[in-house]
Design a protein around this ligand. Structure first.
Ligand code: AGP
Length: 606
């Protein structure tokens, strides 16, 4: 993820900006920069590589402004060069950005047709020119930013400073976190409270859609309609070592809400958004010559692998052998030497998964792993590591790691399909575009979180809950059931919807909620039949779909509208309602959401 800092100070800020950026190094980056305002004049210093290169640049060419912004960049659009490093600027405004602007290409074409000269490969520079165009049209900085925000599609956090404005900083948040810090006659901005810890522990977090106008006297926060809003001011407990909950009640809630940002960041590691192509690291095998892939993992990570099975087999025509690691390791699976074995693990320390890896190593497999902890045992024992960039996942129930695993697996599936000649360049661009829209759709679902409270009260009274899905969303139903049972302790089972009539339908009566994952894909009509079968037996239907409730043709207890999206990305999007249903039910029931009974975050024993 990129890191953003801003300081409205009473002394030169360049050194303090760099200190704050150092506390964001954990997010990963490949270039950095700062911009300041001195006597109304904008100026900046940027450098490739690590922050000490920026410090060298600043010691040779100091900046003395008392207002400034800083950035550590993880390249998404354009190579990690100094030219592409933030802050980006025009004569009138300088900006730093964390996230993805999906519609930057058409905005860039529009600006260039009007004579604007853009000099970088980034989506961010487009925003600087849009704000400038609004200011050239006579609008003040705040209105110029508001108008610009309405043109942007994607998930982002932004900070702006302006020529001739020595006491003004503007910030905006849409999907990527941004904190405002309160000092003594100073004000601060940071991607998280850790960045602000050297200056203040009094902070407030912007919510999705918020934008904020900061002066040294304070901050005015407004929503996307321009109406003033209040956000709670709190004491942060962040330190270089601790990860705090932000303004969330539980780590699980914070991690659910981090998904637009961390999924976008993970995708950016494997996608060239400018050219709509997947770009995987070099691997010691060729997908074109593989006979099959074996996948092994546990729990939620296993469900990610199950989803990947549908993608690999359908898109790349590549057979997949998959099993939970605790079974896989004892089955003596026959594997042809030189094959690929893929292991998925958030912690990278799960004993069963490690044991399955050892078996595959003995079978002379190429070992690849998708892990969230880069220095973990599973990573160390792999030939290829494909990291998820979810950041620390503290809640025992896995959420952001799961969707980041899916992001990596989706990229692998497209890459394999291209290598095996089963996907055209045009289809790759279509699928990559769909992936680039995932953070925005996730943000849209999270903005509707209030809908899950009343549903939670209904589910909390149940003793059994069924989850139904078909095709690539059958494992999503399995994951939904696991989420509910592991944090609310309510018995829940996921089933392939077509399997209902082969036994599970005997379970259904008026006391049984049936959660249905039903995007309007090629199996939607089949799913509707299954819903009607369940409803006819009294099942209380919770219908999750982009389709209308009226399309179901029977009574439903609750209908949750999901954005209409590309079928390829439905598992990443429908994972969020699965998480929110479980979370709000558990909160209503008063269980220990972050540390549920009997469970450990990493199961390092057999
Ligand atoms: C998921 O919510 C659970 N915490 C659990 O099933 C977990 O996914 C499983 O133990 C695997 O852990 P890992 O991803 O760290 O290997």
């Amino acid at each position: 993820m990129c890191g953003i800092v801003g300081i409205l100070g009473n002394e030169p800020v360049a050194g303090k900006l760099v200190d704050a950026l150092k506390r964001l190094e954990y997010r990963g980056y490949d270039s950095s920069g700062v911009a300041t305002i001195e006597e109304g004049q904008l100026d900046r210093r940027r450098a490739e590589g690590k922050l000490h290169n920026l410090e060298t640049r600043l010691s040779n060419e100091p900046l003395r402004g008392r207002l400034g912004i800083g950035h550590t960049r993880w390249a998404t659009h354009g190579a990690p060069t100094e030219t592409n490093a933030h802050p980006h600027m025009t004569e009138r405004v300088s900006i730093v950005h964390n996230g993805i602007i999906e519609n930057f290409k058409q905005l860039r074409r529009e600006l260039e047709s009007e004579g604007a000269e853009l000099v970088t490969d980034t989506d961010t520079e487009v925003i600087a020119h849009l704000v400038t165009r609004e200011m050239d049209a006579g609008h003040d900085p705040a209105i110029a930013v508001l108008h610009t925000l309405r043109m942007l599609e994607g998930a982002f956090a932004l900070a702006f400073i302006f020529k001739d404005h020595d006491d003004l900083m503007i910030a905006a948040r849409q999907g990527s976190p941004l904190a405002v810090g309160f000092g003594d006659g100073e004000m601060y901005l940071g991607s998280d409270a850790i960045a602000l810890a050297p200056f203040t522990d009094t902070i407030t977090y912007l919510e999705d859609g918020d934008w904020a106008v900061l002066t040294r006297d304070g901050v005015a926060i407004r929503d996307s309609e321009g109406a003033a809003v209040d956000r709670p001011v709190q004491k942060s407990v962040a330190s270089a070592l601790m990860v705090d909950k932000g303004n969330h009640r539980h780590f699980m809630a914070k991690e659910i809400h981090e998904q637009p940002e961390v999924v976008g960041h993970t995708l950016a590691s494997y996608i060239d958004f400018a050219n709509l192509k997947v770009q995987m690291p070099d691997m010691p095998f060729d997908f074109a010559s593989l006979q099959r892939i074996s996948i092994s993992a546990c729990g939620t990570a296993y469900y990610a692998g199950l989803i990947a099975k549908y993608w690999f087999e359908k898109l790349a025509r590549l057979p997949v052998e998959i099993d939970v690691a605790s079974e896989f390791r004892y089955r003596n699976v026959p594997l042809e030497a030189g094959g690929l074995s893929l292991f998925i693990s958030q912690s990278g320390e799960t004993a069963d998964t490690l044991a399955a890896m050892r078996y595959c190593r003995e079978q002379e497999q190429h070992i690849a792993s998708i892990v969230n902890v880069r220095e973990s045992s599973i990573a160390r024992d792999s030939d290829v590591v494909l990291p998820t960039l979810a950041g620390p996942e503290i809640g025992v129930a896995s959420t952001k790691a799961f969707t980041c695993q899916l992001a990596v697996l989706a990229c692998i599936a497209v890459s394999a399909a291209r290598a095996r000649g089963t996907m055209s360049e045009e289809t790759e661009a279509e699928f990559v575009t769909a992936l680039s829209e995932v953070p925005r759709h996730m943000s849209a679902i999270l903005r509707e979180e209030g809908l899950y409270d009343s549903l939670a009260h209904s589910l909390a009274k149940a003793s059994d809950v069924l989850y139904l899905g078909r095709g690539v969303n059958y494992p999503v139903a399995l994951e939904g059931a696991l989420k509910l049972k592991e944090i609310s302790y309510i018995h829940a089972e996921g089933y392939a919807a077509g399997e209902l009539k082969h036994g599970p339908i005997a379970l259904i009566d008026e006391s049984v909620p049936v959660v249905v994952v039903a995007p309007r894909d090629e199996m939607f009509e089949k799913m509707v039949s299954n819903v009607q079968e369940a409803a006819a037996r009294g099942g209380r239907i919770v219908f999750l779909s982009d389709a209308e409730e009226s399309d179901v043709g029977c009574d439903v207890m609750t209908s949750l509208k999901i954005p209409q999206i590309h079928n390829f990305t439905t598992p990443l999007i429908y994972a969020l309602p699965m998480q929110l249903i479980a979370y709000h039910t558990a909160v209503f029931m008063g269980t220990d959401v972050d540390q549920p009974r009997n469970l450990a975050k990493s199961v390092t024993v057999e």
